[in-house]
Design a protein around this ligand. Sequence first.
Ligand code: ACO
Length: 386
Amino acid sequence: MAETSVAPGLEGIAATCSSISEIDGQAGRLSYRGYPIDELVEHSSFEEVALLLLDGELPSAEVLERFDRGLRSHRQVKYNVREIMKFMPVTGHPMDMLHCAVASLGMFYPQQELSDSERENVSHLDAMAMRIIARIPTIVAMWEQMRYGNDPLPPRADLNHAANFLYMLTGSEPDPLHARILDACLILHAEHTINASTFSVLVTASTLTNPYHVIAGAIGTLAGPLHGGANQKVIEMLESIGRVEKVASFLDERLARKEKIWGFGHRVYKTRDPRAVLLMGMMQRLAEAGNLRHSQLFDVALELERQASERLGPKGIHANVDFYSGILYHEMGIRSDLFTPIFAMARSAGWLAHWREQLADNRIFRPTQVYTGAGPRHYPRGPSRG
Ligand code: ACO
């Protein structure tokens, strides 16, 4: 039999072809459909980027307006979804809640499997994608209200995606700078080639199951601390350090124990993650606007990045997207366990673009394995097992 080799973590293995996004890990560049991420952050909106990812081209003003109207009109979730959420423990993690609530949407908008004609109908798939993108922020914001004993606020159709989320989350008129920064963060987190959660999208989509299962699976994958869950870990780490003077001893101890620094390292980037650079710029904008709540934590983050880069940079380990996103949301007054759900809100656009791309040329994922278990043996009969 031919020998099969295994690549742990599938490093360097191309599992699919994709035209959605591209990373240059040596130069620290990221583009969506060929457009550099910094230009999209500067000039576009999350709504437009979501369409770009789904359809492959920047939309005309009319198409964008129709998509935006669709998003605004599908924000509401069915009352029974809220009833399900009521029975979830308020102490549970919001990612666990989001995973369950998104999976439950499939029961209220049933579509157990996609027929051939539905798979080929691009506008049908776009409409399904748009409804999921519209509803995830509502679920996250509803949970934030419900877990503190408040009634969820109805979405507001006069606000864009980012501003409406902030409104539903806090109940107050969103600060325009916060809304703009959140919009930019959503753009930055919307897509990132075939990372762990996107790979889970491809595998789940390849069975032709409904998109709610696809997105729920991706949410579960994103939740882990080695992936999207790292943004919450970063803020907990910064809080545990507390003061700039303690950064050096923290690093000494942690690296001596061979423990990782949260928000550092990446399989593809061997330089600073371009999203971390842009997020740091946003932190500076918040600081200049006098809008920082706990600037001491930002100072700790800057010092930690400086010292950790000195020690880990020569190994190609630098700050990643999760390093500054957590502290940015923290400074905007958002609770730390909501950082990863906000990541999921944004990434739903990229996940659904990959779902569509997978369906366009589908073959079920069924890799192979190298068996390392026991050889053939017989089930023991009688008292011989003790
Ligand atoms: N701190 C210290 N050392 C690190 C770090 C880190 N954050 N990341 C990697 N290393 C070291 C490892 O200890 C290992 O060293 P060794 O060769 O001496 O044993 C080497 O770099 C390779 O590390 P791996 O874990 O094998 O790299 P991999 O590509 O498998 O993992 C990952 C990438 C998961 C991102 C890793 O860097 C990590 O765990 N980082 C911390 C968690 C994190 O921030 N995750 C978010 C990533 S971005 C995202 O998913 C949105």
